[in-house]
Write a protein that binds this ligand. Structure first.
Ligand code: SIN
Length: 291
C-alpha cells in the first residue's frame, strides 16, 4: 500500500486471459516503489508490456538486472555469437542479415509453443524482448496462461500427471534439426533423446501457485509410459495448454518492451516471411530447477 501511494506507476490489464500494460513507467529512470509495482504486476498478470520505451541497450541491461541474475544464451544452442558487444547479456532475435550473415537467431519462421530453456536443468525464469525493428504486420507473439491450463484439465488427468514427469529433449531444435552442441546424436526416438526431466505440474516459487509446465511438443516424452500412451497424454496436455481461450497475442510496435514469466506461461511466434525486418533485443534471468 505504501509503495503504491508513492508512485504513479500502474498496471492496466489487457482484458485477455493474461497480460497487462505498465503505464507511467520509464525503464530508464525509476524508483524502488515503481519497481515494486512492476514486479507485482508481473506476478499478477504473468506478462507485462511497457510501450514506447526509449532506452539504449546498456540501460535495458541495467533494468533487466533488477529482476534477477541475467543469463547469456547457452553455448550449445548457438552456432554463432548473437550478443551485443556493449551489453553482453543482450542477445538478438532477428531475420536481418548483414553482409549475407544473420545478425541474430530464429529467422522469420513460426516458433511453435514453448517455454524458454525448458530443455535445461534450470530453465530461465523471465524473458524480456525489446522491439528495435518491427515489420508493418506479422511476427506477433502469443502467450498462454499455464495456471489456467492446469485448472482446465479434467480431475482425472490432473490426478494422473501429479505422479508423472516429462522429458524435455535438448538435442534437437524446434525444426527437428540437431543443435550445435549435439551434432553427433544419431537417434530420432524421443525415448532415447537426451534432456532434463521436469515435473508436469510445477509450483511457482514466488506466487506459490501450481501451473502446468511444458516445453516444446517436439521430442516431449513421459518416462515410464509406453510410447503410444506418452504421445496421447502429451497431445492432450499441449492441446489444453495452447487452447485459444487462454491466449493473448502481442502485436508488436516499435519500442515495446515485453516481459514474461516462463514458470507460468508458454509462448509462440507467427511467421513473418517476406513481411519486413524484425529485430528484438532479448534478456533472460536465471531460474530454478522446477519443483
Ligand atoms: C522466443 O520465442 O524466444 C522469441 C519470440 C519472438 O520472437 O517473438
Amino acid at each position: 500500500m505504501l509503495a503504491e501511494a508513492q508512485t504513479r506507476v500502474r498496471a492496466v490489464p489487457t482484458g485477455g486471459p493474461l497480460g497487462a500494460d505498465i503505464v507511467d513507467f520509464d525503464p530508464g529512470h525509476f524508483s524502488d516503489e515503481d519497481m515494486a509495482v512492476v514486479r507485482q504486476a508481473l506476478l499478477d498478470h504473468l506478462v507485462i508490456r511497457i510501450r514506447s520505451t526509449d532506452i539504449d541497450d546498456v540501460a535495458f541491461e541495467r533494468f533487466g538486472s533488477r529482476f534477477g541474475e541475467l543469463l547469456p544464451s547457452p553455448d550449445f544452442t548457438r552456432s554463432r555469437p548473437v550478443y551485443l558487444e556493449n551489453a553482453r547479456y543482450v542477445t538478438i532475435i532477428s531475420n536481418v542479415t548483414d553482409d549475407g550473415k544473420p545478425i541474430g537467431e530464429h529467422g522469420d519462421g513460426e516458433l511453435h509453443w514453448h517455454t524458454d530453456l525448458a530443455f535445461t536443468d534450470t530453465p530461465s525464469a523471465l524473458t524480456m524482448l525489446l522491439a528495435r525493428e518491427v515489420p508493418p504486420t506479422g511476427g506477433n507473439t502469443s502467450f498462454a496462461n499455464m495456471y489456467a491450463a492446469l485448472g482446465a484439465l479434467s480431475p482425472e488427468t490432473r490426478e494422473r500427471i501429479k505422479r508423472l514427469r516429462m522429458k524435455h529433449q535438448a538435442s534437437h531444435n524446434a525444426q527437428g534439426g540437431r543443435r550445435p552442441g549435439y551434432k553427433d546424436i544419431e537417434t530420432d526416438d524421443v525415448r532415447e533423446m537426451p534432456g532434463p526431466i521436469h515435473p508436469i505440474i510445477r509450483t511457482h516459487p514466488l506466487s506459490g501457485r501450481q501451473a502446468l509446465y511444458l516445453g516444446r511438443r517436439f521430442g516431449a516424452y513421459i518416462p515410464g509410459l509406453p510410447l503410444a500412451q506418452s504421445e496421447a497424454l502429451c497431445d492432450e496436455l499441449f492441446a489444453t495448454a495452447n487452447d485459444p481461450s487462454r491466449v493473448w497475442a502481442q502485436e508488436w510496435k516499435l519500442g515495446d518492451l515485453v516481459i514474461w514469466d516462463n514458470r507460468c506461461t508458454m509462448h509462440r511466434r507467427d511467421a513473418f516471411t517476406g513481411l519486413g525486418r524484425r529485430r528484438m533485443h532479448r534478456l533472460t534471468t536465471r531460474g530454478e530447477r522446477p519443483v
